[in-house]
Design a protein around this ligand. Structure first.
Ligand code: BGC
Length: 763
């Protein structure tokens, strides 16, 4: 179909886009050109039910997820939109070109958040954004900030936390870092995208208070603080309307209330009707479908879509384009400093690892020279999750090589058996894994190899300490399972037991290392080994980072940004989560016609409301395996001199933190607030601020300042459609975790109210 040819032929003009003539450009564009700019240029190789419009000149960054169209006669270049969020995702090789285009695989989002260190996250973002710039990209499709509503969401590894304040602050730092390079970000997936099962058509049913306080708050904080260039709407419906077609969400909340000035784009192929999307304020429909183009042109011609709405979206896209490196003709090198970035990922990963247990096993003492390593994942280290959040990295350092690099001798007597075992398992899983990979789903990992007790006894005699690595892989398009995923498999539990028994029999220790992207069950086995380190998935240098922590070269200073329950079913959201249901990508439909009535697949009732994560567990005093905010260190800290004062509309809490142990370390200080009773039921306390100290040498102390605005202490009261601060006594709790409170301070506050500017019904 000829879309813009006829119009272009008749318009000859010298008008070319610049920063000051956007209105004139919009005026000069034909409706067809506007529709083309709005929908992007399609994506080759993806099965769609309609042909996409191709624009062959947009391929300057092979492997980018999407482009805008080039409109040559008006000087409008195509800009490149690339995934994110663990680094830039582009094709590593190009036909007929011997150069490689690998990108650094940085730590997953969950690990970055577990650092609780906004400066560090900004530094990582700055390095990542430099790769976007130097490889010719314009916008990184990141950060991904959906809330960890349930531990089994397959994409939790990309997301930050069960808490919106951690989410918002970490996201703001990440955005600032990336955008400091003069490239854009796309905070995603806006919003309520808490499961992968039927993700393109799931209807999230959520009450207004929960939307505002839990699922929108993180976006609100990040967008107001860091002004991302773009926002990516999500696939799902919210209360019956696709988010990409919700004017309440994209115009009412995002723009009118929060003041967002940038461009909104859809998630890839998301939503149904192009005209409805534009009318809602969803400016760009990526990567673009023929039907969406037709919808827009037809609706304008028939008067059901106002040309003003189209012009507004086009203006926003042009405003984005003129800010882009492509428009500024930035001469990118295609040679970012990958070596320097490898150092950044190596170091940052150590700061987000969480030491869960330690009975004197870590760091390795001077007597540890020979290390016995067990578990598949030690040999096939997992850098990050799968899907668009994966990165085409040049290499992954596994744990064995990391340990060797740190000067340990490692028992690779088992290496051959492990490699042979992987081959056998891959053969057994070949059919299902082929299908899964084709559908962009994570492949099944090999089962854990059984090791004879006699072999273990020999190892225990020869080596100084044992490591047992447990790995998990998840990714876009499917949610996780309970058996053998959230829970350890029988083989894994046996491995932990048998290795520990063999080493204890020789008076030696055994340590479990978790190379995982999301929460697993730990309560039933965590007391067996002598230490448990949650290493998360730390990117391409993962094995080196873990070795740095095990050896004591780095002191782990991460803390959990989500609760680790005793049992999966302790999470109230487990009543309404698609456990074991069909994967989304296998059921990919673009027409919005697939909804039926299957619970948790076609619709998901967020029945638990605001009672997500620690808000539930702590209020109900439920036993957990590890609480929100928890994490050990190789040193210890003492809190003293906690004080509170008010400053204008803000409350300032200060506290001294002293390193009372024997090695240098950093501490994450958290501020929780308990609010007085009001019209709505409130959690026992909520996180309102946090800070991480600089490295404190033994004996050194520092003063930490935590600031909370009175408006941060409000609850959303649906009956008033307002954020309400109830009058009364507020208790400010300074903690090392949500269940390790070091000081409590009181403040009396008067009432205050901020009316929401619109009633959010998600229409
Ligand atoms: C994912 C997005 C991603 C986009 C482009 C979608 O399937 O949900 O997170 O940015 O694809 O690759």
């Amino acid at each position: 179909m000829a879309i813009i040819g006829a119009a272009m032929a008749s318009c000859t003009s010298n008008l070319k886009l610049n920063e000051n003539n956007i209105d004139a450009i919009v005026e000069a564009m034909t409706l067809e050109e506007k529709a083309q700019l709005i929908i992007g240029v399609g994506m080759p190789g993806i099965p769609v039910d309609q042909p996409v419009i191709g624009a062959s000149d947009a391929g300057k960054v092979p492997g980018a997820a999407g482009f805008t169209a080039t409109i040559e006669r008006l000087g409008i270049p195509a800009i490149a939109l690339c995934d994110g969020p663990a680094g830039l995702r582009i094709s590593p090789t190009r036909e007929g070109d011997s150069q490689t285009y690998y990108c650094t695989h940085f730590p997953i989002g969950t690990l970055l958040a577990s650092t609780w260190d906004t400066e560090l996250v900004k530094k990582v973002g700055t390095a990542m954004g430099n790769e976007v710039l130097e490889y010719g990209g314009d916008v990184l499709l990141a950060p991904a900030v959906n809330i960890h509503r349930n531990p089994l969401c397959g994409r939790n590894f990309e997301y930050y936390s069960e808490d919106p304040v951690v989410t918002g602050k970490i996201a703001a730092a990440y955005i600032e870092g990336i955008q400091s390079n003069g490239v854009g970000t796309s905070i995603k997936h806006f919003a309520f995208n808490s499961q992968e099962t039927n993700r393109m058509n799931n209807n999230a049913l959520i009450d207004v208070r929960t939307m505002r306080e839990i699922y929108l708050k993180g976006f609100e904080i990040a967008i107001k603080e860091a002004q991302p260039w773009t926002v990516m709407s999500s696939y799902n419906y919210i209360n019956g309307t696709y988010t990409s077609e919700s004017k309440d969400l994209l115009t009412g909340v995002l723009r009118d209330e929060w003041g967002f000035k940038g461009t909104v784009m859809t998630d890839w192929f998301g939503g149904a009707n192009g005209a409805d999307q534009v009318a809602a304020g969803n400016d760009m429909l990526q990567p673009g479908r023929q039907t969406q183009y037709n919808d827009i042109v037809k609706a304008v011609n028939e008067g059901t879509l106002s040309i003003d709405d189209v012009n507004t979206s086009v203006k926003r896209i042009l405003t984005l384009i003129v800010k882009s490196p492509t428009f500024k003709a930035y001469q990118y090198s295609n040679k970012p400093d990958l070596k320097a970035h490898a150092q950044i990922t190596r170091q940052s990963a150590t700061e987000g690892m969480v030491l869960l247990e330690n009975k004197g096993a870590l760091p390795f003492g001077a007597n540890v020279k020979n290390v016995a390593v067990f578990g598949n994942t030690a040999y096939s280290w997992i850098a990050g999750g799968t899907g668009s959040g994966d990165v085409n990295r040049a290499y992954t350092v596994n744990l064995i090589d990391g340990l060797k690099g740190a000067g340990y001798s490692v028992n690779d007597g088992l290496k051959e058996s492990y490699l042979a075992w992987f081959e056998k398992e891959e053969q057994a899983n070949a059919e299902i894994n082929n299908e899964r990979r084709q559908s962009f789903l994570p492949s099944l990992l090999p089962r854990e190899m059984k090791i004879e007790n006699s072999v273990l006894a020999k190892e225990a005699q020869a080596q100084d300490i044992a490591l047992i690595v447990i790995g998990r892989l998840s990714g876009e398009g499917s949610d996780r399972n309970l058996a053998g995923d959230f829970e350890l498999s029988k083989d894994e539990t046996e491995l932990i037991k048998n290795v520990t028994t063999a080493f204890h029999a020789r008076g030696k220790k055994a340590v479990v290392v978790l190379n995982i992207g999301g929460v697993i069950e730990t309560a039933s086995w965590k007391n067996i080994p002598d230490a448990v380190l949650c290493a998360w998935q730390g990117g391409q240098e993962g094995g080196n980072s873990v070795a740095d922590v095990l050896s004591g070269k780095a002191n782990p200073s991460g803390k959990l940004t989500m609760t680790w329950p005793v049992k999966y079913y302790d999470h109230p959201s487990s009543k309404n989560f698609p456990l074991g249901k069909k994967a989304a990508m296998l059921n990919m439909k673009f027409d919005g016609q697939t909804r039926s009535d299957e619970k948790d697949v076609d619709y998901t009732q967020y029945e638990e409301g605001i009672w997500v994560g620690y808000r539930w567990f702590n209020t109900k005093n439920t036993k957990v395996s590890y609480p929100f905010g928890y994490g050990l260190s190789y040193t210890s800290f003492e809190y003293s001199n906690a004080a509170i004062k008010s400053e204008g509309n803000a409350i300032i809490v200060t506290v001294d933190v002293k390193n009372t142990g024997k090695v240098a370390g950093k501490e994450v200080v958290q501020l929780y607030v308990s609010a007085p009773k009001g019209a709505v039921e409130k959690p026992s306390s909520e996180l309102k601020a946090f800070a991480k100290t600089e490295t404190l040498e033994p004996g050194a102390s520092t003063s930490v300042t935590l600031k909370v605005n009175a408006s941060d202490l409000t609850s959303f009261v649906p009956a008033e459609n307002a954020w309400v601060l109830d009058e009364g006594e507020y208790i400010f709790c300074v903690g090392a975790s949500s269940r390790d409170i070091k000081a409590k301070l009181n403040a009396k506050l008067g009432s205050w109210k901020k009316q929401a500017s619109m009633a959010f019904t998600a229409r």
